[in-house]
Write a protein that binds this ligand. Structure first.
Ligand code: 4HU
Length: 446
């Protein structure tokens, strides 16, 4: 097209099109393995989902933030043997820097908090919706990207922060029609693990590794779990005791085992009490086996699960009080969660709760004569300036084509710009649902 700065093709209509240098190689029109396109229908569903993420975040007074998809690899290199590390989508860029496509948002958020330092008053309540990546052998045909909604509270050491975050997820579920009969949250605290390891004088630096092993408890055989725990230095007795404690599903039982003096029991009791106040007690249950698969969690952890047990975890999060200091920042208490865009859609499909989202256009405007294309453009502009949606027919098309397109785009009314009416400063209007039609002065069109 003419680019207006004299750089357009001069005499474009006369010059023959340039001869293609080489035969055009037919490209693969599919997106890279493990990634998705979002054509209009899928994009409407994604926008609907993200709109609900953002509405809930707004209801809770959170501010939106974002970060680059590309981060320094160092942000994600942790030594605890996490799956997220094994699947890091990392490479060396042209400046020989080790970089990675972010596998999660929390480290970027922590980096930004440290960068902002004292310029941002605490507590921070930030949320983000961003694409995250992993490079997994496609043998399992799993996706390599998904979008995550994250909400994080920085600067609040009390369990009130975790209680608030779980409340926000419950609010989200309710907004989209999911109930406590469909979904629950398994809640525990890594301090349970910490207190057991301490009983067996197992050093703190094994903590992250043990958590990552325990997180696989439902994914690999229990003998493999025991083998891995022993391989990091736990005794047979410690392993048995730990697995015994992790099978506890009641806070009362946990208190019997650990005693009431520890932080784990106190935190969990406070969380369950706050759940009463928030009104979401029926949504949560204590389950000592929940540790989550990220090494940096230090306290309460939780994960949303479908009660029919057909799907992977819907969301998950917890407290991570040490992450900022491991990045060289001040020791700041922090907690947050991640909520992926894929499992929730599978759940909505299961429950028949996918929303009906179709394209809606208020007007389709069409010139009945090629000489009236300009007039049609004027009519479209008048309507758009009134905030109305308009699909303007851009070519000289037969009315049959126009009516067919009007049906496809769910247009509510057809605006016809014809010579006779235009001479009188009027246009034709046809209400497509009723068939009613009339003429109206352009300046009375609304
Ligand atoms: O849930 C872990 C994860 C991280 C990045 C991309 C995808 Br798909 N899944």
């Amino acid at each position: 097209s003419e680019n207006g700065s004299g750089g357009g093709r001069s005499g474009a209509l006369s010059a023959p099109p340039p001869v293609l240098e080489e035969a055009v190689q037919k490209i693969d029109v599919n997106p890279p393995k493990g990634t998705r396109d979002f054509p209009p229908e899928e994009m409407r569903l994604r926008n609907w989902l993200f709109h609900n993420f953002r509405e809930v975040s707004r209801l809770y007074g959170f501010e939106e933030v974002d970060f680059p998809v590309l981060e320094s690899e160092a942000l994600f290199i942790r030594k605890a043997g996490e799956e997220i590390r094994d699947q890091l989508y990392c490479f060396e860029d042209r400046g020989n820097r080790r970089v990675a496509l972010r596998p999660e948002l929390t480290p970027s958020l922590a980096r930004l908090v440290i960068q902002k330092g004292k310029s941002v008053p605490l507590p921070l309540k930030w949320f983000a919706v961003g694409q995250c990546w992993r490079y997994e052998r496609m043998t399992r045909g799993r996706r390599r990207e998904h979008y995550q909604w994250n909400m994080d509270i920085i600067g609040v050491p009390e369990v009130t922060a975790e209680a608030e975050l779980i409340s926000s997820i419950v609010t989200f579920f309710k907004r989209i029609g999911i109930t406590a009969s469909d979904v629950g949250f398994k809640v525990s605290s890594r301090k349970v693990l910490q207190e057991v390891l301490k009983c067996y004088s197992i050093s703190e630096n094994l903590f992250g590794k043990v958590c990552i092993i325990i997180d696989k408890i439902e994914k690999i055989p229990i003998d493999e779990i025991k083998k891995e725990l022993k391989s990091v230095g736990m005794s047979e007795e410690a392993v048995e005791e730990l697995l015994q404690v992790l099978s506890i599903k009641s806070l009362t039982k946990l208190e019997e085992i650990l005693g009431g003096a520890g932080e784990a029991v106190a935190d969990l009791k406070q969380l369950f009490s706050l759940a009463e106040n928030f009104g979401y007690s029926e949504w949560i249950q204590f389950d000592a086996s929940v540790v989550r698969g990220l090494a940096y969690y230090t306290g309460i952890v939780f994960e949303g699960f479908d009660r029919e047990g057909k799907l992977r975890a819907i969301c998950g999060g917890g407290r991570y009080d040490r992450l900022l200091s491991t990045f060289g920042g001040d020791d700041l208490p922090a907690c947050g969660f991640g909520f992926g865009d894929a499992v929730i859609v599978e759940l909505l499909k299961e429950k028949g709760l996918l929303p009906e989202l179709s394209l809606q256009v208020e007007n389709i405007v069409c010139a009945l004569d090629p000489d009236l294309q300009g007039a049609a453009s004027t009519v479209a502009t008048i309507l758009r300036e009134k905030g109305q949606t308009v699909d303007l027919v851009l070519e000289n098309k037969p009315l049959k084509w126009v009516f067919k397109r009007a049906g496809r785009i769910n247009a509510q009314r057809l605006i016809l710009v014809g010579n006779t009416e235009w001479q009188k400063g009027m246009v034709g209007v046809k209400i497509l649902s009723s068939g009613e039609q009339y003429e109206v002065k352009l300046d009375e069109l609304e």
